[in-house]
Ligand binder design. Structure first.
Ligand code: MN
Ligand code: MN
Length: 498
């Protein structure tokens, strides 16, 4: 049989639309799953996949990508990275695998829902391959993390994390369930593919890949490049959806979904990428600051893609820009302090040299966040280590489910809201605004602190909390990544001064 050029058959093969005769369109594509109200009937077939590939080409490329990642891993295993890497880098791996690997599997379910529910035939095609993407790289990440599990049980969390009630995982599930799992196909494509994937995954997968190579972890660098090449393709699913909605006069609806998802993603990445880049990464291997990466990938590139579509920056852009300078430094203080509640060992990242770097990248850091670290350092210097772990619970935001933090000596504000007789707390005006967009979606959720106060965590003490969060079973909670070795320089300084 003669082989035709792809161009000769592709358009025919991708036309998978048909007119249902046994059921109505409304039954085939119910609103809750499909949406599409107000989009004219002739718009659906116009979805033009931004990335065209046949199944045969797809499988061939994916096979090569897998071979590349697995062979680099096999070749470098002898180097025993676990033993030789800086502990801060190992912390980054633990954080990444736990927060990402099983979420990729959720993303496979997210993409597969488009294959069934989207009324755009082109989107169904792309999403079928997108489902396979997500399955491939969830398996890849579980497998790569597994190598470390016998050496360090924290790596069990690659598989375990999403099935626990650890506070970090409650926060991640709340956001991902909102964006990936519980909305119709069109809203999900805007939130998950456009806002989350074209906006934010670049940060983790391109920024962190460069850092990995500089830290000598070529296996991880290769792994996440492999993943990013999947993401970069299926992330484009959202753009034609946005175009169709805008053409149908639904710009406001699309903008609202972007504004919600952009902020929810931002809060996740302050911890997932912000802390690794500015605190966990060994100083000598850092390329840029988290803020610099955000400025390149989000403030410039994502804002341009919004503009290209005729959309606006989110209404809270000024609040977001201020947050870029400040928010993750507060989270770093919180996470390091509540380190027994983590499945990894956070690095403090505040030795004298690191502080100079922070002050240079974030002018004013020493006079605000630095002052809190001064107290911690003083306690450690004087053998009062127990005072560096808080005896109480933080206030948790009822939207982001991460601690409400502020900037010392500048602002720390709780944004409360009373709704149906319950008092909710939010870490920002924007988190509260998201709640108000659809209170019935969020009102029933209890944060970790709400659960504690409602008597759901027993015994109601630190031991009970840790057990509830899944710590102390397979692995213990976290402690300082470097065993407080960074304190030595402060001790020497004092001796010299004295
Ligand atoms: Mn993925
Ligand atoms: Mn994806």
């Amino acid at each position: 049989m003669p082989l035709l050029d792809r161009a000769e058959w592709y358009d025919l093969a991708r036309t998978t639309e048909w007119t249902p005769s046994y059921v109505s369109q409304e039954e085939l594509f119910p609103v809750g799953h499909s949406d599409g109200q107000g989009i004219p009937d002739d718009a659906w077939s116009k979805y033009d996949e931004p990335y065209k590939v046949s199944y045969r080409e797809y499988v061939d490329t994916q096979r090569q990508k897998d071979a590349g990642a697995y062979s680099v891993k096999a070749a470098l295993e002898r180097l025993d990275l676990y033993k030789n890497a800086d502990p801060g880098w190992i912390t980054i791996l633990k954080l990444h695998y736990a927060a990402v690997a099983v979420v990729e599997y959720n993303a496979a379910l997210q993409e597969s829902r488009y294959s069934r529910w989207s009324r755009f035939p082109g989107m169904r095609n792309m999403a079928t391959l997108g489902t396979l993407d997500e399955i491939r790289h969830s398996q890849l990440q579980l497998y790569f993390a597994h190598e470390y599990a016998p050496k360090d049980r924290h790596f069990d969390w690659a598989h375990e994390a999403m099935f626990t009630e650890n506070w970090g995982m409650v926060a991640a599930r709340h956001a991902f369930d909102d964006m990936l799992m519980t909305r119709d196909a069109l809203a999900t494509a805007i939130m998950a593919n456009f806002a989350f994937e074209t906006g934010y995954t670049n940060l983790q997968f391109i920024g962190l890949s460069a850092d990995a190579a500089r830290a000598g972890d070529y296996t991880f660098a290769k792994l996440i490049q492999s993943i990013q090449s999947d993401e970069a393709r299926h992330a484009q699913i959202g753009t034609p959806v946005l175009q169709a909605m805008i053409e149908a006069g639904q710009k406001d609806k699309a903008q609202n979904l972007i504004d919600i998802a952009f902020w929810r993603s931002w809060k996740l990445f302050t911890i997932l990428t912000g802390l690794p880049m500015d605190y966990y990464m060994p100083l000598e291997h850092r390329e840029g600051s988290f803020k610099e990466f955000m400025q390149e990938w989000i403030v410039d590139q994502f804002a341009r893609s919004l503009q290209d579509l005729g959309l606006d920056k989110p209404w809270y852009w000024d609040i977001f820009l201020r947050d870029l300078d400040e928010h993750h430094h507060g989270q770093q203080l919180g996470l390091w302090s509540w380190r027994p509640t983590l499945w990894f060992n956070p690095a403090a990242g505040v030795g004298p040299d690191e502080r100079d770097w922070l002050e240079e990248k974030y002018p004013g850091w020493n006079d605000t966040f630095g002052k809190c670290w001064d107290v911690i350092i003083d306690n450690l210097k004087n053998d009062r280590g127990e005072k560096t772990v808080p005896g109480t619970l933080p206030i948790i935001c009822n939207m982001s489910n991460i601690p409400v933090v502020g900037t010392p000596f500048k602002h720390l504000v709780d944004f409360p809201l009373e709704h149906n007789g319950r008092l909710y707390h939010f870490g920002s005006e924007v988190d509260r605004w998201i709640f108000e967009q659809e209170p019935e979606r969020y009102e029933g959720h209890l944060s970790i602190v709400d659960r504690f106060l409602a008597g759901k965590i027993n015994p109601p003490d630190l031991g009970g909390v840790l057990q509830y969060m899944g710590l102390g079973v397979v692995s213990e909670g976290g402690d300082d990544a470097h065993g407080y070795a960074w304190m030595e320089k402060y001790k020497t300084t004092e001796r010299k001064a004295g």
